[in-house]
Each structure stands twice: as structure tokens, then as C-alpha cells.
Ligand binder design. Structure first.
Ligand SMILES: Cc1cc2nc3c(=O)[nH]c(=O)nc-3n(C[C@H](O)[C@H](O)[C@H](O)COP(=O)(O)OP(=O)(O)OC[C@H]3O[C@@H](n4cnc5c(N)ncnc54)[C@H](O)[C@@H]3O)c2cc1C
Length: 392
């Protein structure tokens, strides 16, 4: 069977590419339903883009690579598409846009767009050997138990990253990229909770605080959640992309405040108040008890010397924590790293050295912050490849 374009992966990027790649496109996926990560994303409401999408909110070895695609298909273009499909949405926080209804509306929209473009979709299909000969790609696909050899002018790698293997994530895009001579950068789980020694935060499990979590590279002011296994919540997921094993993260439990100054003022005004009571006005009581296990919070405010106030303030503003690791690909929202962008054209996503080979979406070494940025990369890179194929 001969097609013009074969897209491997019917996820966010693959479907978006299919909607733009022109006629005679076949999209193949081993899952029984397309866009499964879209369906479960954003708690079932899909955080489909971010109003503040800017290149500096993406990580990758080449910090410039993603600029072109993001500029040529922006968050406003995607919002326009969503509006044209009459999908109601709202901004939740920090520019994050979610469906008012269900994430499946976004999947349905992408399927409608791909169908309008004439693309065919094979689900539950196993991708076997892939090759390249005489300027064409060949792919053995097993569909409904029967092998089909597909020959294509263009091959798009859109099978995503390694996060959540239970949902069908595989390393296929990386294996094929390597097979066709593209390099890979190191991959690791990102946007992922931190783990700590057993029971480290067990007594705090379920407690959330607004915190600034950071290191020398970045810091994020968002919610932080204590869990049975460690730390989670948006601020922690964000910094996980900038963290490496063996490093500390520094937590500011009172971002924007000056704890030393505030404690001195309180000592003056309400000196007979217990230190723990004073702190519990700004932090959850359970957290104050936990901190009291690490530093001396006994006595009243009036008992505090300036030096003790400085020690307490330092502990609240610069709480050094060293995770033992992360929850890994089991729960990571994305994979950091991937197909080395040095081998790809930033305007078209096509491999420099092999005409007709494209890589898009999470498989590529471009990773966004939490908050709709990763879908925007899937849309932008999918459109870049699709338009290039359609115009080629
Ligand atoms: C729980 C969760 C919530 C998320 N929420 C958000 C959010 O709200 N906003 C946001 O911006 N990002 C979110 N993300 C990240 C986002 O889902 C991904 O960045 C995005 O889906 C990547 O798109 P993609 O098309 O590259 O890969 P995917 O969407 O993962 O699509 C890849 C497709 O390839 C198929 N495939 C994989 N291996 C094979 C194989 N061997 N053979 C055949 N088919 C294969 C898969 O079945 C899948 O359909 C979330 C991720 C997770 C895990």
C-alpha cells in the first residue's frame, strides 16, 4: 500500500500534523483510542495552551530551536481553532487555558480537522520494521492481525516520549530516530513529583502551601503539596525539570514576606504569643509542628533573641531539601530530552540529512513548563511539519 505521508502516533502532535499535511495521509497508533493523553490531561479538562507562551518557558539543549514553530503557530492560532469549534474555555491561573467541558472535545476537534484534511486513522495497529530505500520509507504494520506493508514519501515520528508507559508510551520515536541517523540527547522524567526517604513527610501528607521552590537555575512560585512519598504540586513539578540527582532544592515557605522583620514586629506587639502560634497564622499548623521538630520554636515571641529570629527566618525562607529521586516515568507528565534538534530543521521539523523524515511533539528535545506549554509545542511542531509536507 502506498501513501504520501505516514504519521506514527495519533497523539496531540500527530493529529495536528495530519490536519495540515495535505491529502493521502495515514496516521497509525497502537492504542485503541486516539489522543489518550489529551483525554486525561488537566484533570479531564485539558490545559490546551497558555496565554503567556514564550520561548523561555521551554527547555532543550538548543534554546532557540523551538522559536520558529512557536512563532508561526501560536497560542492565539490554537485558541482561534478552539473557538471555531465552539469549545468553551476559561483561564484557570497563570495564563493556563482549560476546556469548560471535557478534554475529549479537543480530541474530537483534532479528529474532525484531520478527517476534513482527508487523513485516515488506523488504531490498534502494531508498528513493525521501518526502513528506507529508493527515497521512500517502508513500514510493516499489523492491523487486525494482518500485516500490511506501507510505502510512504514522508515519515513523521510522533509517538511521544516515555512518560506513563501504562498509557502506551514507548521509546519507538527514539529508536527510529537513531536508526535513521539522528542523535538523541539524554532523556529523563520531568514535571514529576520528588521522592524522599520513607516517611519523611508522612505526617504532612495532604498539606499544601504556597511556596517558592527553586535552585540556581530557576524558581517557581506556586503550590507545593506534601505527600506520603515526598513532594508534589505545581511548584515541585516545575522545578523537577531543572533538578538533577544529588542536588538540593530550596523552599521559601513565605515567598514575598520578610519573616525576620515580621517576627521582630510581632515580638514587639504580641510578645506573649507562643512562637508556634505566631507562625501558624501564616503556615498550616501541621507544618509548623514539623518544623518545630527540626529547629527550636519553643517559648514565646518575647523570648526570641535577634539571632534566634534570624535562624528561624532563614529556615522558613531557605529550607534546603534533597530529594532521593523522582516518581519516574510512571507519573511524569513529560520526558525531558529526546531527538537532538541539531539534526532537524526548526522551520519544518524535517531531518537535515534525510528528506521526508520528520520528528514532532514530545519525542523532540523540547520540553515546556507545566501549564499548557507542552500541548502548544505539540500543536506548533505538528503544524510546522504538516505545512512543510503539504507545501513540499
Ligand atoms: C497525566 C498527564 C497530564 C498532562 N496534562 C497536560 C496538560 O494539561 N497540558 C499540557 O500542555 N500538557 C500536558 N501533558 C503533556 C502532554 O500530554 C504531552 O506533552 C503531549 O501529549 C505530547 O504530544 P505527542 O503527540 O508528542 O505525544 P502523545 O500525545 O503522547 O502521543 C503519542 C501517541 O503515539 C502512540 N504510540 C506510542 N508508542 C507507540 C508505538 N510503539 N506504536 C504505535 N503507537 C505508539 C501513543 O499511543 C500516542 O497516541 C500531560 C501529560 C500527562 C501524562
Amino acid at each position: 500500500m502506498k501513501v504520501r505521508t505516514l504519521i506514527l502516533g495519533a497523539g496531540a502532535a500527530g493529529l495536528m500534523c495530519a490536519a495540515h499535511a495535505g491529502p493521502d495521509t495515514l496516521v497509525v497508533d497502537h492504542a485503541r483510542a486516539p489522543g489518550e493523553k489529551i483525554r486525561i490531561s488537566g484533570g479531564g479538562r485539558c490545559n490546551f495552551t497558555n496565554l503567556y507562551t514564550e520561548p523561555d518557558r521551554f527547555l532543550g539543549e538548543n534554546p532557540h530551536f523551538h522559536k520558529s514553530a512557536l512563532a508561526r503557530y501560536t497560542q492565539w492560532d490554537f485558541i482561534d481553532l478552539v473557538d471555531r469549534h465552539s469549545i468553551a474555555w476559561h483561564e484557570k491561573t497563570l495564563g493556563q487555558l482549560f476546556c469548560d467541558g471535557k478534554a475529549t472535545q479537543i480530541v474530537a476537534m483534532l479528529l474532525a480537522e484531520a478527517e476534513k484534511a482527508g487523513a485516515r486513522l488506523w488504531l490498534g495497529a502494531e508498528i513493525g520494521a521501518v526502513g528506507h530505500a529508493d527515497g521512500r520509507f517502508t513500514c510493516r504494520i499489523t492491523r487486525e492481525g494482518k500485516p500490511v506493508d506501507v510505502v510512504a514519501d514522508n515519515l513523521v515520528l510522533a509517538t511521544g516520549g516515555k512518560s506513563i508507559p501504562k498509557m502506551g508510551a514507548s521509546g519507538l520515536a527514539y529508536d527510529l530516530a537513531r536508526q535513521f541517523g539522528l542523535s538523541l540527547t539524554q532523556t529523563r522524567p520531568a514535571l514529576v513529583p520528588f521522592t524522599f526517604d520513607a516517611g519523611r513527610f508522612a505526617e504532612l501528607s495532604g498539606t499544601a502551601v504556597q511556596a517558592r521552590v527553586g535552585n540556581d537555575r530557576h524558581s517557581f512560585d506556586e503550590a507545593m503539596l506534601f505527600t506520603h512519598r515526598g513532594l508534589s504540586g505545581p511548584a515541585v513539578l516545575q522545578i523537577s525539570s531543572y533538578w538533577r540527582e544529588g542536588e538540593d532544592v530550596v523552599v521559601d515557605l513565605l515567598p514575598g514576606a520578610d519573616a525576620a522583620q515580621d517576627l521582630r514586629a510581632a515580638r514587639q506587639k504580641v510578645g506573649r504569643r507562643a512562637v508556634t502560634t505566631a507562625l501558624a497564622q501564616h503556615l498550616p499548623a501541621r507544618l509548623v509542628s514539623h518544623i518545630a521538630g527540626q529547629i527550636d520554636l519553643t517559648g514565646n515571641l518575647a523570648d526570641l533573641s535577634d539571632a534566634r529570629i534570624d535562624t528561624i527566618a532563614e529556615s522558613l525562607h531557605r529550607w534546603h531539601l534533597r530529594p532521593t529521586g523522582t516518581e519516574g516515568y510512571r507519573t511524569a507528565e513529560v520526558t525531558l530530552g529526546g531527538i537532538d534538534t541539531n539534526g532537524l530543521d526548526s522551520r519544518t521539523m524535517m531531518a537535515h540529512h534525510l528528506r521526508g523524515l520528520y520528528a514532532i511533539g514530545e519525542a523532540v528535545d523540547v520540553t515546556g513548563w507545566l501549564g499548557g506549554y507542552n500541548f502548544q509545542w505539540a500543536w506548533s511542531s505538528g503544524v510546522a511539519a504538516g505545512r512543510a509536507i503539504a507545501g513540499a
